[in-house]
Every structure is written in C-alpha cells, then in structure tokens.
Design a protein around this ligand. Structure first.
Ligand code: NAP
Length: 478
C-alpha cells in the first residue's frame, strides 16, 4: 500500500507545487488514510494555464522523433515501475490488484500507440481544380496542434484514462493540463513523474489536484484553453459543456450497456462473458453490462447459469490475487446503488442474488422482472448490478435496448449473421460486439458513444484527430 504522509505536490509548469491546503486520499476498502494531495485554487489553475501558453509553443515545435522518444521513454518508465503503478491504482481506487495490473499494461500500450501514431499525423493534397476557374491552384492541408487542452478524468480507470489524453496530446504537439478525480489523484501524479523522467519539456504537462466543482469553471472557461477533453458522468459533462464556451469539447460519458442473447447462442460462453462484463471493476465501468435481453426460450436456463456463475464471484480484499471484486469507490456510492436496487424491488423486481451491502462493498446483484421503463433500467447504475429481461424477438430487444438516453457499446450473441447485421444496423451505439459483451475494448479502436454517452471518439488515432486542426495551404500559380 502507498503509505507516505507527505503531501503530494501538483505538477505546474514542470515544478512540483505543494499547498498548505490539502485533500486526504483514502483506500475505499477500509477507509485507511493513504496520503494527502495539494488542493488547487483558482489562482493555481490560472498559473497552470499561463505556463501552458508557453508549453503549447514548446510542444508544437518538438520534432516528431522527439515526441515519440519522450512518450516511449515514459512507457518504459511505467513498465519498469509497473508494480508501484498497479499498487497505487489498487490502493486509491476500487480495482483488484489483478485488474490494476491489467490497467498498467493497457497504459503502457496506450503510450506506445501514441508514440507510433505521432509519425502518422498527415495532411493531404487537395484537388482545387475540381471547381471551374480554379485550374491554377494547387495546395494541401497540414494538421496542427490545437494548443492547450484541459483534460478532466474520472476515478474508475485512474491511470489509463489519463494516458488516453496525455499520450495523444503530446504526440500531436499540444500542451495539456490534467485534472484527475479527487478520489484517485495518485495514479495521474505517477504518470506525470514518468513523463518528467522521460525528459518531457517543462510546461507541456501540468497535473492539478483539487475539486472539480471548485476549480473546474476556471479551467474550462479560460479562453486560452482550446479544448476540453472530459471523461466522466453525463451530469458533469452537461455542466462542462454549458460552461466551456466556444472551444472544442470532447466527451466520454456513461452508459447502461445492453447485451442481446438470442436462442442460438452458446449459453455457457455467453454467461461467462456477461458475468465478467457486468461485475468487472465492481460494475464501475462505462461499458459494463447492465441490461441483458434474453430470448424467452432460453431465459430460464440462462438465468440459472448466470446466477450460479455470479455466486462463484469472490468478493473481498482487493490486494488478494484470488479476489474477483473489491469495494465500490466509496461507501456513499455503495449506499446509492443499494437504494437504487431496493427501489426496484419495491416496484416489483425480483432479487435473484446479491443485494447485500457492507460498508463500501456491495455483493454482485442480479435482478429480473424489472420494467424496462424503471429508473434502474433507464439510468446508469455504475455498480455491480445486472438486469435480466425476457424478450420475444430481436425486434423487441433492439427497441428496448435503444429506449434510453445512452449509447456507448452493446453486444449480441447469435450464430445468425443476418440477425447480427440487424443489430449492427439498428442499435444506436458507438460500438457493437458480436458474440461478446459490451465490455470489450482495445485502446487503438475508435471509442465513444452517441446520445448521452458522449461526443467524439478516443482511441489515440481518433483522439489525435480531435486534438488537431487542419490548416489549408494554397498556391496560386502564375
Ligand atoms: P464525475 O463525477 O463526472 O467526475 C469526473 C471528473 O469531473 C472528476 O475529475 C471530477 O472532479 C470532475 N468534475 C466534477 N464536477 C466538475 C465540474 N463542475 N467542473 C469540472 N469538472 C468537474 O465522474 P466519476 O464519478 O469520476 O466517473 C464515473 C463516470 O464516468 C461514469 O458515468 C462513467 O460511465 C464515466 N466514464 C466514462 C468513460 C468513457 O470513456 N465513456 C470512461 C470511464 C468513466 P472531482 O473528482 O474533484 O469531483
């Protein structure tokens, strides 16, 4: 466990700045104190933006080979210190040590892909002579960095989701200011250390710690900040979008992902995939499985196997490699999930297993007989709760799956390619997995949602698209 009582500074303009005002960081498992981090003021945010104004010029003038080298060295640093990184994730967050190790591996991959994509930021020549009267024109466009990016990140992947913004920002020649979640700031600080150790020029990266509600507006609304890249909840995303004003906004928000299981699916494989998709990271996963629509002829068999598999899930000490599921991020969050489940039960839902809370721990929970219009089916639960629905046809499943204000990812299990294509064409989501649950992602694919699940796509190459702007060059020939 990370056990230093020394206050962690914030990285502003290449210097570690310590504040008297601090925020305590606790391990959600037993509420044990880990350390304190500095609490940024609005003045600190303005100072970070001022230094980033210079940082943006430095970043833009870094040759691509230097950007690649720095990012690769930061990846090497994370790799060499992977145990420290994993231990930090599993201490400040709610992931098990096994899940934390997997996140570190993904972070290294995210950084390596970012370095690689730096060499592929190309423009293209343009056919100006397609318009009569423009035959004497030739030209092309470059892609230029956008300038200063404000990155605001959530608690549930405290390292890799920061890497998903910092790696592409540096690869594309931008300066970036990261505001990590207050509950899990330590992984972002460690990543900043990795970039400093890698020789990233000062002022290109800042990491400020403090309450989003208190310092967020200053960061978001400052005119020098040209892009806000936000990952977090819908409600916060809407607030940020209103405050940001005229600048680029990138939003990776929540969901309540659907999975459709048709009667030709391999039930054992489907159950395995859906159980881990529902309860991984304690269900605090934007693409976690929340609603499963099962064809009625296999509903009972599926349900029985699903509940059996859920009951095999080992809940307990996060640091034990045999543990499948740790606590939620706070007891308050566990109480919120408990109330949501109890409300559904009061409205007639059947609790098939789970529904028990002990502090921040909430047992993996399976509900059925939930109305697809109930609050628990419409909202993002963001906890270890899954809803099973019996459906008569794929049409009914698709209609119900779409009948929410989210659309991040979905899954369908079937051997019938025509039905798979029906789902591909008709489900309103940013990604659909065939014969897998919604909980599938590699860091190089375009990732993001429609409706309340967000605006834009991450996935390094796609993030770089968002973080650059074309500049057209046109020659008028004599
Ligand atoms: P959150 O409460 O929305 O917080 C996310 C970040 O926003 C934190 O850094 C928070 O700071 C900051 N923030 C809060 N209020 C703010 C404001 N008024 N102005 C500026 N920043 C503000 O989300 P969370 O609980 O950490 O994360 C869970 C949510 O993230 C879920 O909805 C999940 O689905 C979503 N998520 C989406 C993706 C994706 O890629 N689509 C990935 C992961 C998570 P404080 O911590 O200081 O409050």
């Amino acid at each position: 466990m990370v056990t230093t009582a020394k206050t962690k500074g914030m990285l502003i303009g290449g210097k570690w700045v310590e504040k008297e005002d601090t925020i305590n960081v606790y391990d959600p498992q037993d509420n044990s104190f880990i350390t304190t981090v500095s609490k940024a003021t609005e003045g600190d945010v303005r100072y970070a933006i001022e230094t980033a104004e210079e940082g943006a010029k430095i970043a833009a003038s870094m040759p691509v080979h230097e950007r690649m080298s720095v990012i690769n060295k930061a990846a090497d640093h994370v790799d060499k210190n992977r145990n420290k990184f994993a231990d930090t994730i599993a201490s400040e967050g709610s992931k098990t040590i096994t899940e934390a190790q997997a996140e570190v591996t993904r972070c290294i991959e995210t950084l390596r892909i970012s370095a690689e994509e730096a060499r592929r930021i190309n423009g293209e020549t343009l056919a100006f002579d397609q318009i009569p009267g423009h035959e004497d024109r030739v030209g092309y466009y470059y892609k230029f960095p956008i300038g200063i990016i404000a990155a605001i990140t959530p608690f549930n992947d405290p390292l890799n989701l920061v890497a998903h913004k910092v790696g592409p920002a540096i690869a594309s020649g931008n300066a970036i200011i990261v505001k990590p979640a207050t509950l899990t700031p330590l992984s972002a600080i460690l990543l900043a250390e990795a970039f400093l150790a890698a020789g990233l020029p000062k002022k290109v990266l800042s990491v400020i710690t403090g309450s989003g509600g208190e310092i967020g507006d200053t960061l978001i609304s400052h005119p020098s900040v040209r892009m806000v890249s936000f990952t977090g909840g819908l409600e916060t995303g809407e607030k940020i979008a209103k405050k940001a004003g005229l600048k680029k906004i990138h939003m990776e928000l929540g969901s309540n992902s659907p999975v459709i299981v048709l009667n030709d699916a391999d039930v054992n494989e489907t159950v395995n995939s859906c159980v881990s998709g529902a309860f991984g990271a304690v269900g605090q996963n934007c693409l976690g499985v929340q609603r499963i629509f099962i064809e009625e002829s296999i509903f009972d068999m599926f349900t029985q196997k699903f509940v059996h598999q859920t009951n095999c899930y080992k809940v307990g000490n996060k640091k034990d490699e045999l543990t499948d599921m740790g606590p939620l991020i706070t007891e308050k969050e566990a109480i919120r999930v408990e109330e949501l489940v109890n409300g559904a039960i009061r409205e007639g839902a059947d609790l098939l297993t789970g529904g028990k809370r002990e502090g921040a721990f909430y047992s993996p929970t399976v509900l059925t007989n939930v109305s697809s219009d109930a609050k628990i089916a419409k909202e993002e639960i963001f906890g270890p709760v899954v809803l099973l629905f019996s459906i008569k046809s794929i049409d009914e499943a698709i209609e119900k799956a779409n009948n929410v204000n989210y659309g991040l990812q979905a899954g369908i299990f079937t051997k019938d390619v025509n039905l798979a294509f029906q789902a591909i064409n008709q489900l309103n989501v940013g990604g659909i997995m065939i014969n897998d649950s919604s909980d599938y992602r590699i860091d190089a694919m375009p990732f993001g949602g429609v409706k309340g699940s967000g605006i834009g796509r991450e996935g390094i190459k796609y993030t770089i698209e968002e973080m650059t702007e074309p500049k057209v060059v046109n020659f008028k020939l004599g």
